[in-house]
Design a protein around this ligand. Structure first.
Ligand SMILES: [Zn+2]
Length: 305
């Protein structure tokens, strides 16, 4: 199974349109050792000509455009897409906005928790563009308590401690199952092969999860912030990385520390915020990450599961 990283940045991308932090500024000025990144997005193919999207980023249109495997085949007539399935790990704008970009009368399946489906399809009338005719988008409620299959892979939800997006009303949130707010995923090809753990937003790692990760071959982990106080330097944000549901990379109990004992998986940071110094190929923080056995995901990175 081929898996491609279409986007590796956190929400806002890199550079972010309204950000003048040292990273974004230096990138625009051509003085940065590193590459731009679009918002986090994965895609895999378990069979020729069939692709599954993992989330639907706001950058999905340009990500599809940058990936020839996702272009329409003209053998199939004027309209076609190899995209058959889409898994949503939450209802945040960064995870779901791209769904609206897939609206041009293409039929596909969306796998999400029941709560995420309700937020998008019952509370947001704009998602009606995906229900303009019978069978346009088929929604499948994904279970939290057992493995399920989608896109030629066996999948298992990893429950995360997270809240529903800020745009969901308190009344609606109270009606929904909090365990369904956001999930991580374990992905294994049905035809056999390795297992990928996808945890782009993780505020902590339990001992049980740590054990589970040691059985995986690839770990794509939350690389949002380098330090716990990094977001507090961003105007408008007063919370720490942990309070935002992101384990910082550095510091006591940070991901480098907490996951340092993992032997088996190839470890990759993804969902990297534009303020994070690891984006700079020449930074001391990037060297620390690489010296600790971690890679930093980039747009276009590909692995075989
Ligand atoms: Zn920035």
């Amino acid at each position: 199974m081929r898996l491609k990283v279409l986007g590796s940045a956190a929400g806002g991308g890199f550079p972010q349109w309204n950000c003048a932090c040292p990273n974004c500024r230096r990138l625009r000025e051509g003085k940065f050792s590193g590459v731009p990144r679009t918002q986090a997005q994965l895609a895999w193919s378990a069979a020729p000509g069939e692709w599954t999207l993992l989330n639907a980023s706001p950058d999905l249109r340009i990500q599809i455009d940058a990936t020839p495997e996702l272009w329409p085949s003209h053998a199939n007539g004027a309209r076609h897409s190899p995209i058959r399935d889409l898994i949503l790990t939450g209802a945040e704008v960064d995870q779901a906005l791209g769904l609206l970009l897939l609206r041009e009368f293409h039929c596909f399946r969306v796998h999400a928790t029941a709560s995420v489906r309700k937020i998008l399809t019952e509370d947001n009338s704009m998602f009606g563009v995906l229900a303009r005719f019978a069978g346009q988008v088929e929604w499948h409620d994904l279970p939290l308590d057992r493995p399920f299959s989608a896109g030629g892979a066996q999948l298992e939800a990893i429950p995360l401690t997270a809240s529903f997006p800020g745009f969901v009303s308190a009344k609606r949130s109270a009606e929904l199952n909090p365990a369904e707010a956001a999930i991580g995923l374990l992905v294994s090809p049905e035809s056999g092969g390795g297992t990928l753990a996808f945890l782009p937003g993780a505020g902590c790692v339990s001992d049980a999860l740590l054990k589970r990760l040691e059985t995986c071959d690839f770990l794509f982990f939350d690389g949002t912030f380098w330090s716990d106080d990094e977001p507090s330097h961003i105007p408008g944000i007063t919370r720490s990385a942990r309070q935002m549901g992101h384990l910082p990379i550095s510091g006591a109990g940070g991901s480098l520390d907490r996951l340092s004992g993992l032997q088996r998986p190839r470890k990759v940071f993804i969902h990297i915020n534009n303020t994070n110094p690891i984006l700079d190929d020449d930074s001391a923080e990037r060297r620390t990450v690489n010296d600790s056995g971690w890679e930093v995901a980039w747009d276009g990175m590909e692995i075989t599961l």
